[in-house]
Design a protein around this ligand. Sequence first.
Ligand code: UDP
Ligand code: MG
Length: 337
Amino acid sequence: MSSITVLSQHRERQPYFRHHPPFLSVIIPMYNEEEVLETCHQRVCNVLDGLGKHCEIIYVDDGSSDTSWQIASQFNSQYHSIKSIRLSRNFGKEAAMSAGLSAVKGEAAILIDADLQDPPELIPDMVAQWQAGFDVVDMQRSRRLGEGWLKRFTAAAFYQVINRLSDIPIPENVGDFRLISRRVIDEINKLPERTRFMKGLFAWPGFKRVTLQFDRDPRLAGETKWNYRKLIHLAFEGITSFSTRPLRIATVAGLLTSFSALLLAVVVLAKTLIWGDPVAGYPSMMIVVLLVGGVQLLSIGLMGEYVGRLFIEAKQRPLFMVMDENQTSPTFAAGEV
Ligand code: UDP
Ligand code: MG
C-alpha cells in the first residue's frame, strides 16, 4: 500500500464527541504575558465556541518569570479542553512551539501568539481552507503595524538572503501564525534537529499549502520579547540550518581571491623585471594582505558556524523540558458539542 493511501485514510473524520480527538488544537506560546492572557483566552474561546466543535487550547509557558503560568493553569472552558505546559526555563519560542506541537491531540493545529498580534478571529477562515483540503494555511502579513522601519527593513533583507540561499522557498512575511493538519504535525514532530528554525521546518514538508493575507495588529500590551541580538541569532540559525550554500560561497570566494592573487603576482613580477621597482607597492600589498586575511577569517568563521551546529546536534539534548502540566476538560457535560 502506498504511503499516500495510508495518509488519506488517516484524514477520514468522525463525528466529534467530547472524548474523541479534538477537532482543532490552538497552541499559544507565552513568555511573560500576564497582561494579555485573560483577553487572549477570552477571544480564542469565543472564536472556538463559534466553530461548534470540541477543540483544545494548549498554553506553553516558556519559563515566564511573572504570573503567566498561574493565570494559564487556572483557565477552563465550557466546550474545550485546556492544556497548559510549563517549561522548566525559557527555551525560546521555537522550542515552546515544538513542545506544543508534540502535545497536540487535535486533527489540526493553529499556532498563535499570546499578545493577540495574530487575530484569533481569523481562525474560522483558516479552518475553512483546511476543510477545503489544504494541509498548511500560512498567514502572510500584508502590513506590519506597530513595527518600526528598521524592523521591516531587516525582515525584508532577511527573507531576501535566506531565499537566495535556501533550497526550499521560505514564504516571506509569514510568521508562526498558521494552521497545519495532522499529517504535517506528525512529519514536523519527526524532524530530529535541535536547532529549530520553525519558519523553515514548516516549509520543509511541502504538502498542499495556501497563503492568506492579514493585517498584523500591534501588540495588545507588554513588550516584544525579541531584540536585535535574538533576531540576528535566529537569522544565522535559519540560514545555517537550511542551506550549506554559504560554504560553497566561501569556496568560490577563496578561488576568486587566489586567482586574483595570481594575476597580481604576474603584474608585480613583470613590473619588477621590466622597471626594477623594488620597494614601491606598499598600498597594494596592504590591500592584498587585508583582503586575503578578511576572506580567510570569514570563511573560518562560517565553517565554525556549521561545526557549532554539528556540535549542538551531536549532543542530542532534549529540545525542552517540561516542569509542570495541567489539563482541564470541558465543563459542558453532554457528549457531543
Ligand atoms: N515567546 C515565547 N518565548 C520567548 C519569546 C517569545 O514563548 O522566548 C512568545 C511570546 O510570549 C508571544 C510570542 O512568542 O506569545 C511572540 O513573541 P513577541 O510578541 O515578543 O514577538 P513579536 O511579535 O514581536 O515578533
Ligand atoms: Mg508579538
